[in-house]
Unconditional design. Structure first.
Length: 718
């Protein structure tokens, strides 16, 4: 390809965006230049929309794989002035109600005057096919809304904020948007989903805020604590936190110390002496830990209801025609005689039988039972095995999105005498606190879970901390029953949990495929998903789930999803957002709690419809259809492959997992154990025995800083 005659300045119409990173606005796009047949690849930190006319300054660079590209140093965008530009501009999602087909019709009818007609003579639009009064009203309303936020968008784009985030900022702050951003851009990191500290900091620097200011240090501390919360910590040592913030922000430690004191005084953080050092908490996490301890103590201050334990156990055995093992009898006995009980154990150890027996006894005594689990899938499974209605904890507590709280709390407790929570290892400290608030003091709480699995995705290590505190009754189930031992999945799960190498001899439900190179593993997984598993086992593709330890790399979550989407769902109606493509029929996962839509982090569904004109995507989950506006699509991710962490609380008929030494940092025993226990009918590992051995031997679980055990000891011993 020959270079254009003007190598440092280009002008053309933006054809499409190939990749966009909303964290730093890094964009790869295609530009159409008059007189050239081929589109030019441009790249740089840009805030642009398809159809805009761009004047670019920069330099040509050569990429070994992609050839010549234009690296942009500065960009000036103009309202489109060509027919192609106007059509792409209207098709880009700017106006609800206008998709590619309608944009083409509008431009065909009004030509270069299209935008002027929408602006000043909108009744003419009724002349266009398929536009009636309702759609016209929607187009005019959206155009007016765009006019209102145009000033905000132009201001924000001038300081490096993408139009996607500019719209969110306007919705959050309305007419105060520019004032808020100028006064304290760091608020964006706290108030706007998807905007992190780095983006807010870049905006602050462009506005001239002093890098050594205390307001920047305060924002950096809060951002670091939120990052640590996302890693599972509820608190962090003050000295280590100060060092992190000082290093990351390149700011003097004295400024950080002053900011810590200011945040503590403002009530945004809590400084607490624990375990001979000062710990720093975000205020809500400190309140949650305090609340959990107080509520558990309050429950345990009440006496359990009187009952003949021996007679109840004999009755339930006769009623169910079973012979309970000693540990099962012990668990039922403690469930009757305690106010708070933890039942923990791996697969096949009889947890379900115990729970069913406890429920039968409670029913006989006419005690009101509430069953719950942190996820919808786990709640559905609990309903299936017990024959009783089970709800997600959010539904049990009657989450009210409009009020931003749960309706069930200490002022309006649950109407229950016995609350049983399954998959309790998934509960983070915030959810545990809300649940305990809603349990009436006379009631009994039973937590059921596998403490050896990965801890909750959210902050804290609630179940493990409760067990380790030794302040509540705990029954640990270790015996694997004979029927369960027929499953190699269950046998190998327990072998891994005990630090033994899994048995790789051929079986009906557990397979290992030896491959060394990541690309080889990728090809095997694609073949398994697309053909071999459905054909050999007569299993639908929708029942196959790829679990992987990592997000990056050839067999990480991102690349696996791209490859599998390209293989299984390469064409169809699609929408591009944030550098990724979502298509009709794609398998997707909700990646954050959305109480208004009643969909939660980890829920998996399928895209059933994409409406480009109304800018809506409809996703079918197990029991409902949820509509997302295009601006909400950052809540969805492709889910042909998900991380092991995201799989908690779910069971899948078939699990396929890559395991390679390239995953070294994530090869931990509890991660492998969790992945194995997610499979119901079939598990296939693809990788190397060396990587398997590393995972089995590595029992060094990443430490989570929490204060729950210390608070238990302090409160229960006082």
């Amino acid at each position: 390809m020959l270079r254009p005659s003007a190598p440092t300045t280009l002008e053309g119409v933006l054809d499409r965006i190939v990749y966009f990173n909303e964290e730093d606005n890094y964009t790869v796009a295609k530009l159409q230049i008059d007189g050239r047949r081929e589109l030019i690849t441009i790249l740089g930190n840009l805030c642009v929309s398809p159809g805009e006319t761009l004047t670019l300054k920069g330099e040509w660079v050569r990429n070994q794989k992609f050839g010549e590209q234009f690296r942009v140093k500065s960009c000036l965008a103009k309202v489109p002035a060509t027919l192609t530009g106007i059509e792409k501009y209207l098709s880009s999602g700017l106006i609800r109600g206008v998709g590619p087909v309608l944009a083409q019709r509008l431009v065909k009818r009004f030509g270069l005057e299209t935008l002027d007609v929408i602006e000043g003579d909108s009744q003419k639009i009724l002349e266009v096919e398929d536009i009636g009064p309702v759609r016209l009203a929607r187009i005019v309303q959206t155009w007016e809304e765009q006019k209102e936020i145009r000033e905000v968008i132009l201001f924000l784009q001038g300081i490096g904020v993408s139009s996607t985030y500019a719209t969110k900022i306007y919705k959050a702050y309305k007419d105060e948007a520019i004032h808020v951003v100028k006064e304290n851009p760091y608020r964006l990191a706290m108030d706007i989903p998807g905007i992190g500290f780095k983006t807010a900091d870049r905006i602050a620097q462009s506005l001239g805020i002093d890098p050594n200011s205390e307001v920047r240090a305060e924002a950096g501390i809060l951002y670091t604590l939120i990052e640590l919360m996302d890693e599972g910590h509820t608190c962090y040592p003050k000295a280590s936190l100060s060092e992190k913030v000082s290093s990351n922000l390149n700011i003097d430690a004295k400024i950080v110390q002053g900011a810590l004191m200011a945040l503590n005084k403002a009530g945004k953080i809590v400084l607490k002496e624990e375990d001979n050092s000062t710990k720093v908490y975000l205020k809500p996490l400190y309140v949650a830990e305090e609340g959990v301890v107080k509520k558990l103590r309050g429950l345990m201050n009440f006496s359990p209801p009187l009952m003949n334990v021996k007679e109840a156990i004999e009755w339930v055995q006769k009623e169910s025609q079973i012979e309970l093992a000693d540990k099962q009898r012990e668990a039922i006995s403690k469930a009757i005689g305690s106010k708070v009980l933890v039942i923990t154990g791996g697969p096949g150890t009889g947890k379900t039988t115990i729970v069913k027996s406890i429920i039968q006894i409670a029913d006989r005594e006419r005690r009101r039972v509430a069953l719950a689990s942190p996820t919808g899938r786990a709640a559905k499974r609990l309903s299936e095995v017990t024959g009783k209605e089970a709800k997600t904890i959010h539904r049990l507590l009657e989450c009210s999105p409009k009020e931003g709280k749960f309706k069930r709390d200490d002022q309006n407790p649950l109407k229950a005498d016995l609350v049983i929570v399954d998959e309790a290892s998934m509960m983070d400290i915030l959810l545990a606190n809300h649940l305990l608030k809603a349990i009436p003091p006379p009631a009994t709480l039973i937590l059921v879970g596998d403490a050896d699995q990965l801890p909750s995705v959210g902050p804290g290590n609630f179940l493990r901390d409760v067990i380790d505190s030794q302040v509540v009754e705990v029954v640990t189930l270790e015996h694997v029953f004979r029927q369960a031992r027929q499953s190699q999945i269950i046998v190998n799960a327990h072998r891994v949990n005990q630090g033994q190498f899994p048995q790789l001899t051929s079986s009906k439900d557990f397979y290992f495929i030896d491959r060394k190179e990541p690309q080889e593993v990728l090809e095997v997984i694609k073949e398994l998903y697309a053909r071999r598993i459905p054909q050999a086992f007569r299993i639908s593709r929708k029942d196959i789930q790829i679990l992987t330890p990592m997000h990056k790399g050839v067999v990480g979550v991102s690349n696996l999803n791209r490859e599998l989407q390209g293989l299984l769902n390469p064409t169809g109606e699609e929408v591009s957002r944030g550098g990724s493509i979502l298509r009709q029929n794609d398998k997707v996962m909700q990646v954050r709690n959305n109480y208004g839509k009643e969909v939660y982090n980890g829920d998996i569904g399928k895209i059933s419809r994409i409406n480009l004109e109304d800018q809506e995507v409809v996703v079918s989950f197990e029991d409902k259809e949820i509509t997302y506006e295009f601006g909400e699509l950052d809540e969805l991710r492709l889910a042909y492959a998900v991380s092991v962490h995201k799989s908690q609380g779910s069971e899948y008929p078939v699990v396929v997992m890559p395991i390679l030494t390239q995953h070294f940092i994530m090869l931990q025993r509890n991660l492998l154990y969790t992945a194995i226990t997610r499979a119901k009918r079939l598990l296939i590992l693809v990788g190397t025995k060396q990587a398997l051995a590393i995972a089995v031997k590595n029992n060094q679980v990443q430490e989570r800083y929490t204060g729950l055990k210390v608070k238990f000891k302090s409160m229960f011993l006082s």
